[in-house]
Design a protein around this ligand. Structure first.
Ligand code: SF4
Length: 375
């Protein structure tokens, strides 16, 4: 039986944040139709009897669904897939969208990991970001989750925010670590086209930290979180030992995953495919044709080798040269020898007998490294 990681996309939020370019909309009124379409899409896979190693319900804000909707959605997952015993089962949540009873329902249904968006601990920054919650809402949600028995919680924070000082970020991490979450994701803000932040930046009205301060925040996260007992296991991710995200590691190791819902991407048996991006188009396609497939293509060996490298290099331990050989039947140096030597000379890549990995300098220039594997 084929084994996959399962991703379900929930493209709805109560309010769009000012920096957000994710596939998410303030159109809560179409949730019932979206869920019916999603159910049909899941049912299409029933006959494949896929074994699911990890489940991840992301968004958007999946916890905008009410309890009954969450219940039916998760029941459909169990009905259509063979979720392996003990599988990591994550749902993304935003403070202010979880109640005690919702949390109990999720727990009862086998959800064992919560990923909560905090972003920053300062209310002034949360306001600038356009978040719907305050730091108090976050604390309340976090405590409710612990009371409901969740023992694996990720918290997302962002650095490099407008008006954010290095000491704001230092304080965010300090306050967060007091709560002892099992996993922390620290992302650097990217101002994406099409967002209100992008327009403000163009007009010169977005007061972002300078590059030096932005890097100081990242170095601080790396040092401080490791002092607090977290392992820095991926460019932006930290976990206490044993609580690394199994779901995301599947992506970074280029293993098979199935994505369902609007805009979701999949990679299975060497084929990459994705659904229509807009929820309305997704719903319409499923209602009319029972499929929302927008594109599918067989990934060439060359592309697979490149993806294996630049996804694998996101992991701090790097890529295993042996695994590359097993996957492609060729020594990694025969394919990327020139790039590897160049990156080593630049001090961006490190090599030992088994692994190739980014140096700490390389972590700052990861995208430049990845590009070398795409030539
Ligand atoms: S909560 Fe997340 S997905 Fe929703 S608008 Fe804000 S950043 Fe985007």
């Amino acid at each position: 039986m084929q084994q996959v990681a399962l991703y379900i996309h929930m493209p709805f939020c109560i309010k769009k944040c000012a920096y957000c370019d994710f596939n998410s909309y303030e159109k809560l009124e179409i949730i019932p139709r979206y869920l019916s379409a999603l159910k049909r899409e899941m049912e299409n896979y029933k006959r494949h009897k896929l074994k699911v190693e990890t489940v991840y319900i992301g968004g958007g804000t999946p916890t905008v669904l009410n309890e009954t909707q969450l219940y039916l959605l998760i029941q459909s997952i169990y009905d259509c897939f063979d979720v392996m015993p003990g599988a990591e089962f994550t749902i993304e949540a935003n403070p202010g969208t979880l109640t005690k009873s919702k949390l109990n329902t999720l727990k009862r249904l086998g959800v064992n990991r919560l990923s909560i968006g905090l972003q920053a601990y300062q209310d002034k920054l949360l306001k600038i970001l356009g978040r719907i919650h305050s730091q108090k809402d976050f604390n309340d949600t976090y405590n409710l989750a612990r009371e409901a028995g969740f023992k694996n919680i990720n918290v997302d924070v962002i650095f490099g925010l407008p008006e954010q000082s290095v000491s704001d970020f230092v304080s965010t991490l300090e306050k967060l670590c007091v709560l002892l979450p099992e996993h922390i994701s620290c992302y650097s803000l990217i101002v994406e086209p099409g967002t209100p932040f992008y327009e403000l930046k163009k007009q010169g009205n977005l007061n972002l930290p300078n590059e030096n301060d932005e890097r100081l925040m990242y170095y601080h996260a790396k040092n401080y979180l490791q002092e607090q007992g977290y392992i820095h296991y991926e460019i932006s991710n930290f976990a206490i030992p044993g609580k690394e995200s199994s779901h995301n590691i599947i992506y970074w190791q280029l293993k098979d995953y199935l994505g369902l819902g609007a805009g979701a991407h999949s990679f299975m048996k060497g084929i990459r495919f994705n659904n229509y991006y807009k929820p309305e188009k997704y719903i319409e396609a499923i209602e009319k044709h029972n499929s929302a497939l927008e594109m599918q293509e067989r990934v060439s060996i060359k592309d697979k080798q490149a993806e294996f490298c630049f996804l694998g290099l996101r992991l701090i331990k790097g890529i295993s040269k042996h695994d590359f050989h097993t996957a492609f039947g060729i020594d990694i140096h025969e394919v990327y020898g020139e790039a590897i030597e160049k990156l080593k000379k630049l001090g961006l890549l490190d090599e030992n007998r088994q692994y190739l990995k980014l140096t700490s300098h390389g972590l700052d220039f990861a995208n430049d490294v990845f590009i070398e594997f795409l030539q």
